[in-house]
Ligand binder design. Structure first.
Ligand code: COA
Length: 254
């Protein structure tokens, strides 16, 4: 499989399961611009891999899944670059993850804050280790939750839960996150990856085409590229029919 192009975004494949690991533990896996670009490349590499049935995303270090965007990097950005490069490129990377045809499982083996929570929101299923904290602290820093924290996160987590994190600065424990639907399972510290592999194997045993089409339809119901999902699914139906073969034969026979 293609590499992400940045050693801090590791990509590995074991059978039907691909794993993306954020590997910048000294900075709590905060994402700088290079890492964001590498995340997009990693997502595209996984999507292109027919043998991969399910993907996992996690962080290295055990303290933080991802502490969000690299706050230090913001200082060097002009307002135009902030909106057009930083935010927009984040959208491309996070959209590529959320729209992966394979189901994506996030292993929150440490805190998921700001951009880290938005990254977790790109996954279809989330497992949190019990020491994890979840929050959206951006407005306290004078910035907005701009990597889909006011959009996809609202669709997936519900507006009131996002309001409490983004407007009040509430930080939830893993147990509170489970009660609020921010995460789907809470496991003891260190047990996130084994739990994710068990979950991934369960997903991988199901019909791959049906699973991928169902993921796309659920995404579409949430407003995730609804129009394009309809065209993609209809395109596959048409391409699988005899009509396309007849059309091709007629074209070739002039
Ligand atoms: N951007 C850049 N660097 C970050 C970072 C971020 N979002 N989050 C943590 N770091 C860095 C720290 O600056 C520190 O670097 P240093 O060792 O070179 O000084 C290192 O990661 C460790 O973080 P530290 O703050 O010392 O750990 P802590 O255990 O005391 O606190 C947090 C952990 C998560 C509570 C704290 O790091 C934090 O609040 N981070 C910012 C989270 C945030 O607001 N994210 C929103 C951005 S979208």
């Amino acid at each position: 499989m293609a590499e992400s192009g940045d050693s801090r975004i590791r990509l590995s494949v074991d059978g039907a399961i691909a794993t993306i690991t954020l590997a910048r533990p000294d900075k709590l896996n905060a994402l700088d611009y290079g890492m964001v670009q590498a995340l997009e490349r990693a997502a595209l590499a996984i999507a292109a891999e027919a043998g991969v049935r399910v993907a996992i995303i996690t962080g290295e270090g055990g303290k933080s899944f991802c502490a969000g965007g690299d706050i230090e990097a913001w200082a060097a950005l002009s307002p135009a670059d902030f909106g057009l490069a930083w935010v927009r490129h984040g959208h491309r990377a996070f959209d590529a993850l959320a729209r992966l045809r394979q189901p994506l499982i996030a292993v929150l083996n440490g805190h998921a804050l700001g951009g880290g929570l938005e990254l977790a929101a790109t996954a279809d299923l989330r497992i949190a280790e019990e020491h994890v904290k979840l929050g959206a602290p951006e407005t306290g820093l004078g910035i907005i939750p701009g990597w889909s924290g006011t959009q996809r996160a609202v669709r997936r987590f519900g507006p009131q839960t996002v309001r409490r994190m983004a407007l009040l600065g509430e930080v939830f424990t893993a147990a509170e996150g489970l009660a609020l639907g921010l995460v789907d399972a809470v496991v003891p510290q260190g047990q996130g990856m084994p739990a994710a592999i068990a979950m991934a194997e369960r997903v991988a045993r199901r019909g791959p085409l049906a699973t991928q089409a169902t993921k796309m339809l659920i995404n579409a119901a949430e407003g995730e590229e609804t129009e394009r999902a309809l065209e993609a699914l209809a395109g596959s139906v048409a391409a699988a029919s005899a009509e396309l073969q007849e059309g091709l034969a007629a074209f070739r026979g002039k």
